[in-house]
Design a protein around this ligand. Structure first.
Ligand SMILES: Cc1cc2nc3c(=O)[nH]c(=O)nc-3n(C[C@H](O)[C@H](O)[C@H](O)COP(=O)(O)OP(=O)(O)OC[C@H]3O[C@@H](n4cnc5c(N)ncnc54)[C@H](O)[C@@H]3O)c2cc1C
Length: 552
């Protein structure tokens, strides 16, 4: 597999800059007194946010690398009952430990990236049709080493993976069917040592070969052109079982939760870049007989509305990031932030809230950013439609093409709606609804009196959604799945925006919360004084950085 120098260099920059590693590096924070740790996840994703629009999708392998590191990290301790299945359990753990060390390394000479292979011809959303099979080898056949000298696993994997986006990765986490039935998750390195070739003896790969993988062809895609997405044939790939046989879907969901968060951050990262270009353009482009676009009220009103939506998506995404940090590192990492009142205290509740919000965040942020980037393109007129390859920073058309995949990979919108209904009506339904109830009540109660009407709107919208969820059967709720996603997005973003604005009652932040909440009541969306609204449009779209910054 040969990729361009530029792609590999970008990948190395991402590794050196810690786009994955930062999430695992806990560092002491600067505190006003009490000792606390920084929330590594906030640090990681804030940097990733700035990087993603310029990174030609090396962020896609980073996402899967991060997910694989979380998943392998859950399997470093002995688990009863899986000794036989993994061959030597101690050996598997050693391999996982070393792989994870490389996945979170900042040194490009030893760092690894990971792929995630779920999708097959028969389905990506529904993996129950998976045809790839894994069988355990007799002990005498368990020989050989991977490219870095670790023993190859005791399972042989054969099949076909229809989409692999990190074809140049060093390892993969994949699903395969075993004789026992059901799907299991496997770890497999991409390369292994060739016993018939001496290291460097005229062999381009330095004495290694693919670990039973053949690239059938690269995909020809609408966007994400920099990313080598391929169809892979697996024949005799060697790997290790992750977790227990038959629990592959459960295992891989740990990885998916992380990649969904990465998707959302990338989507708002692209969108933020698009809006920055739109703002800059509005300040220089003259229209309507010499007027700057920034002075055209209709244009600014439209872009102000886009900015309100962007703020909502940012709040939702970074709230989920903060929750992930708290869940992984302990509540201490949010204690020094003003968001602490919004983060549940117990790890169980943090995990449950993250479980509910992840599908909402991924689905809604992807859709909103795609619509948002389309608007940013239009805001530049014909220039927005051009690829502008000579200045990639300004290329909104590319960002728009790339953003479109956000609504497809890591779960389509409908699949995520189903996922949300599964939590709201499944085994955890009572706890999930109670948790949301408490969370909405607390956030709304903390709101400023200046947002009294908006607090009522959000509280009533939640009561109505709660009733709908409790009184409607699963099948009907699934039918209305996309509506449920939207309503919960409106409520959760409304709560966070009201809470944020109320911290210092900044005029612009109050208006952002007001405009968002009133999306639930379109008839109330403008005040009696349109000129005042138009002046506020300008502050929202073009306003100075200090009043636009979130306070959390
Ligand atoms: C650029 C790119 C890179 C990718 N990289 C990878 C990768 O690295 N690894 C990997 O495993 N996959 C990868 N994928 C595959 C991607 O994850 C799948 O395409 C996605 O999960 C959808 O699966 P599908 O294509 O089989 O579509 P389908 O599942 O057939 O979906 C078709 C339609 O049916 C709808 N649908 C499906 N199930 C339901 C349901 N239960 N309720 C309602 N509607 C439903 C979907 O929303 C969609 O609109 C990649 C895809 C793209 C485009």
């Amino acid at each position: 597999m040969h990729t361009s120098d530029a792609w590999r260099r970008l990948q190395d920059i991402g590794i050196e800059e810690g786009m994955v590693a930062i999430g695992y590096e806990s560092s002491p924070g600067v505190s006003t007194g009490a000792e606390y740790k920084n929330n590594c996840r906030i640090h990681q994703f804030a940097k990733y946010h700035l990087w993603t629009a310029s990174a030609a999708l090396v962020t896609c392998p980073s996402a899967m690398t991060d997910g694989a590191a979380v998943l392998l990290g859950q399997h470093l301790d002995a688990e009863p009952g899986v000794r036989g299945a993994r061959g030597s359990e101690a050996q598997a753990q050693e391999v996982f430990r070393e792989a994870r060390r490389r996945l979170i390394s900042r040194d490009p000479r030893e760092a690894w990236t990971s792929g995630q292979w779920m999708t097959e011809r028969k389905g990506g959303s529904d993996v129950s049709g998976t045809e790839t099979v894994a069988r355990q080898l007799p002990r005498q056949d368990v020989v050989g080493e991977d490219a870095v000298g670790m023993p190859l696993g005791p399972w042989r994997i054969d099949g076909f993976k229809w989409f692999s986006s990190a074809t140049d990765a060093d390892m993969a986490v994949l699903l395969a069917r075993t004789e026992k039935g059901g799907l299991s998750a496997f770890y497999a390195p991409m390369k292994r040592k060739r016993s018939d070739l001496a290291e460097g003896a005229g062999n381009r790969e330095g004495g290694t070969e693919f670990n039973g993988v053949r690239i059938q062809r690269l995909k020809n895609k609408m966007g994400t052109k920099g990313l080598p997405t391929a169809e892979l044939e697996l024949s005799g790939m060697r790997g290790y079982l992750i977790g227990k046989e038959g629990e592959g879907v459960k295992e891989i969901s740990a990885l998916l939760n992380i990649t969904r968060l990465h998707t959302a951050v990338s989507q708002v990262g692209y969108w933020g870049r698009g809006l920055a270009v739109s703002r800059a353009y509005a300040k220089v482009r003259k229209v309507a007989g010499g007027k700057l676009l920034a002075d055209v009220k209709q244009h600014v009103a439209w872009m102000a509305d886009e900015t309100v939506r962007y703020h909502a998506a940012m709040h939702l995404t970074y709230f989920a990031v903060a929750l992930l940090g708290a869940s992984e590192q302990g509540s201490g990492v949010v204690q020094s932030t003003r968001a602490r009142e919004l983060i549940p205290k117990s790890a169980e509740e943090q995990d449950l809230l993250l479980r509910v919000l992840t599908p909402v965040m991924k689905a809604q942020t992807a859709l909103a950013s795609i619509h948002g980037l389309r608007a940013c393109m239009e805001s530049l007129g014909g220039l927005g439609y051009l690829e502008n390859n000579d200045d990639p920073v300004l290329n909104i058309a590319r960002l728009y093409r790339d953003a479109n995949v956000g609504a497809i990979w890591e779960g389509t919108t409908s699949v995520l709606a189903d996922d949300l209904i599964r939590v709201l009506k499944g085994r955890l339904a009572t706890q999930a609804v109670r948790l949301l109830d408490d969370w909405v009540t607390t956030s709304v109660a903390a709101g400023s009196a200046k947002l009294q009407e908006e607090r009522e709107i959000i509280a009533k919208t939640w009561l109505s959604l709660r009733r709908k969820v409790q009184e409607t059967d699963v099948e009907q709720l699934q039918w209305r799945g996309r509506e449920i996603l939207k309503e919960l997005e409106l409520i959760v973003c409304g709560c966070i925006m009201i809470f944020n604005a109320s911290l210092d009652e900044d005029e612009v932040q109050i208006e952002l919360a007001r405009r968002w909440a009133r999306k639930a009541r379109p008839a109330m969306s403008s005040s009696a004084n349109w000129r005042k609204d138009a002046a506020m449009d300008k502050r929202i779209f073009l306003g100075n950085e200090s009043n636009m910054a979130a306070k959390l």
